[in-house]
Design a protein around this ligand. Structure first.
Ligand SMILES: Cc1ncc(COP(=O)(O)O)c(C=O)c1O
Length: 390
C-alpha cells in the first residue's frame, strides 16, 4: 500500500525524458515532403522510404507525416515492416523493397495488400499462382538492375521477364524500377556523373520500350540523391529516404533546397565533478585533463547509438555553447568538459545531435568523425531511447 502511494506520487512514469531521448519533429518531415513535392511537380509520385523504423525516427510518426505532406506510396524493407504499416491503418500503396524468399511470404504480401519487388521469373510465377488461387490480380513491381548489382533481374533477361509477366492473367505490373548506385556525394564528381547518366540511359531505354506495352505502369529510378540531382531522373515516381529526414545526400547542390532535419538527440547531465590537472578520464584513462577542470557525466552511450568510435570527436550543445566530449564513450554514459560553462547543473539537458534553439549539430559531422554515413548514424539509435514527438 505504502509503496503504491510513493510510486503514484513521485515517479513520473509518463514522462519519457528521464535520462536520454530522441526528439522527432514530425512537422519537419511533413514540410520536407512538401518541399520535395514542389521540386518533382504534380505529375510525379513521391514514395516515402520509411524502412528501418523510419530511419530510426519511428515509423508511425514518419509514415503519417509523409502521407500528410503528400506522399502517395510508402517503401519498406521487409514483409514485417509492411504489415506494421497496415496495422497502423495506413492504406496507401506500400512497396517491399527487399526480396521475399518463400511462397508463404508472397502469399502474406497479397493478403496484406502489399506490393512485392520481383526480380526473377520464378517469383513472378509464384505471384501468378497465388493470384489465381484467390481469383485476384496480384500487383507487383519488377526490378531491373542497371548498375547497382544488388536486387533486380539482369538487363539481358529484362525484356523476356517483362513480356512473360504481361502474359500472366493474375499479375499486374504496377511498377518497374531500378536503383542508382552513385548519385550521392559530389554533384560535379566525374564518376558520379558518368555512372548515373549511364544508369539513366539504360533505364530510359527500358522506359521507352516498356511504357508502350504497359501504359499504366509507374517507372521509378531516383533515390533522394537522384531526386535532387536531376529532373530527368524522376520519371513517374521518386523514392526518397534521407531527404525526408532533412539531410541532402549531395553536399554541393545547385538548387538550394531547404530541408529540415527532424531528429535531435537529448540527454541529461547526471553528475558533475571538479578534478585537478593530469587526471585520466573514462576507460583506459587515455584522455588526461590539462588544467583544473569541471566534468559532467551525461546518461547516454554506445548502447543508445552514440558510437564508441566518436570518442573525443564530438560536442554537446547547451544554450549556444559547444561542450567537448572527452575520454572513451562507454555503454551508457559519456563525459563532457564543462570547465567553460560552470553554471551547468545536474538535470540540465544537452543536445548531442540536431537542433538546440538556433544552433545545430549535423549527423553529417558524426558520420565524418566515425567513418560512416548519415543514413547509418540516424538508424543506429536504439530503442532504449524513447522517441518524443514534438
Ligand atoms: C531501393 C531503394 N530505394 C530508395 C532508397 C532511399 O534512399 P535514400 O535514403 O538515399 O533516399 C533506398 C534506401 O536504401 C533503397 O534501398
Amino acid at each position: 500500500m505504502a509503496l503504491k502511494h510513493i510510486i503514484k506520487n513521485n515517479f513520473k512514469e509518463k514522462d519519457p525524458r528521464q535520462r536520454a531521448w530522441l526528439e522527432i519533429d514530425s512537422k519537419a518531415i511533413e514540410s520536407n515532403v512538401i518541399t520535395l513535392k514542389k521540386l518533382i511537380g504534380d505529375k510525379c509520385h513521391l514514395m516515402a522510404i520509411v524502412k528501418a523504423d523510419g530511419y530510426g525516427h519511428g515509423v508511425e510518426t514518419v509514415a503519417k507525416a509523409a502521407v500528410l505532406g503528400g506522399a502517395s506510396y510508402l517503401g519498406v524493407a521487409s514483409l514485417h515492416e509492411g504489415i506494421q504499416i497496415r496495422k497502423l491503418k495506413i492504406d496507401c500503396p506500400v512497396l517491399i523493397l527487399g526480396n521475399l524468399t518463400t511462397v508463404d511470404d508472397i502469399d502474406s504480401c497479397l493478403y496484406w495488400n502489399l506490393l512485392p519487388t520481383i526480380s526473377s521469373i520464378d517469383d513472378a510465377k509464384t505471384c501468378q499462382k497465388i493470384g489465381s488461387k484467390y481469383g485476384l490480380k496480384f500487383k507487383i513491381h519488377l526490378k531491373i538492375d542497371t548498375g547497382m548489382t544488388r536486387l533486380g533481374c539482369d538487363l539481358k533477361d529484362a525484356w523476356h521477364l517483362f513480356n512473360s509477366i504481361l502474359q500472366m492473367k493474375n499479375v499486374s505490373l504496377d511498377g518497374i524500377y531500378s536503383h542508382l548506385a552513385q548519385a550521392d556525394g559530389d554533384l560535379e564528381g566525374e564518376s558520379q556523373k558518368i555512372f548515373t547518366s549511364k544508369q539513366h540511359e539504360i533505364f530510359f531505354d527500358l522506359y521507352k520500350k516498356m511504357s508502350i506495352a504497359s501504359n499504366k505502369t509507374c517507372f521509378h529510378l531516383a533515390n533522394s540523391a537522384g531526386t535532387l540531382r536531376d529532373k530527368k531522373l524522376h520519371y513517374n515516381m521518386v523514392r526518397t529516404g534521407i531527404a525526408l529526414y532533412g539531410y541532402s545526400p549531395i553536399y554541393n547542390l545547385k538548387n538550394k533546397i531547404r530541408l529540415k532535419p527532424a531528429m535531435s538527440v537529448k540527454a541529461k547531465i547526471t553528475f558533475i565533478r571538479k578534478v585537478p590537472p593530469n587526471v585520466g578520464v573514462s576507460y583506459g584513462n587515455i584522455y588526461k585533463t590539462k588544467k583544473p577542470s569541471i566534468l559532467a557525466v551525461v546518461g547516454i552511450g554506445y548502447a543508445d547509438g552514440v558510437s564508441r568510435s566518436l570518442s573525443g570527436k564530438i560536442f554537446a550543445l547547451f544554450k549556444g555553447k559547444y561542450l567537448p566530449q572527452i575520454g572513451a564513450i562507454t555503454m551508457d554514459q559519456l563525459v563532457l568538459d564543462i570547465t567553460d560553462s560552470p553554471q551547468l547543473k545536474v538535470g540540465d539537458v544537452v543536445t548531442l545531435l540536431g537542433n538546440d534553439g538556433t544552433d545545430f549539430i549535423s549527423a553529417i559531422h558524426w558520420s565524418e568523425m566515425s567513418g560512416s554515413i548519415p543514413w547509418e548514424v540516424l538508424c543506429n539509435f536504439t530503442h532504449r531511447l524513447p522517441r518524443v514527438i514534438i
